[in-house]
Design a protein around this ligand. Structure first.
Ligand code: SF4
Length: 91
C-alpha cells in the first residue's frame, strides 16, 4: 500500500536520509565530477526508501530535478523510457 500523505508530503519521506540535509547537495549538474563527489549520492546508497523515492521522481518528472534515489535526471529519463518500452529493470 502506498504511503499516506503527511501534510503535503508522503509519509515515506520521514524516513529519508536526506531530511534536513542541504538542498544544494541534490542539485545535479550532470558532470562526472559531481556524480562521483556529491554527498547526496552517498546518502542515497544507504537510504531505506530509495524505491519509493525513485517511484515518485518517475511519476513527477517535472518536479524532480536534481538527484533522487541516487539517480540524475538523465538516468531517470532513461529508466522512464525503458519502462514505457516495456524493458525496464530498475536497480
Ligand atoms: S533515496 Fe536519496 S533522495 Fe531519495 S529519499 Fe533517500 S536520501 Fe533522499
Amino acid at each position: 500500500m502506498d504511503a499516506q500523505p503527511l501534510g503535503s508530503r508522503p509519509v515515506w519521506r520521514t524516513e529519508a536520509l536526506c531530511r534536513g540535509k542541504p538542498a544544494a547537495w541534490f542539485i545535479a549538474s550532470g558532470s562526472g565530477r559531481v556524480r562521483t563527489t556529491n554527498p547526496a549520492l552517498e546518502l542515497c546508497v544507504h537510504c531505506s526508501v530509495t524505491e519509493r523515492c525513485l517511484d515518485e521522481a518517475l511519476a513527477k518528472p517535472q518536479w524532480s530535478l536534481g538527484i533522487w534515489a541516487g539517480t540524475m535526471p538523465r538516468e531517470r529519463a532513461g529508466i522512464a523510457k525503458s519502462m514505457r518500452d516495456g524493458c525496464a529493470t530498475r536497480t
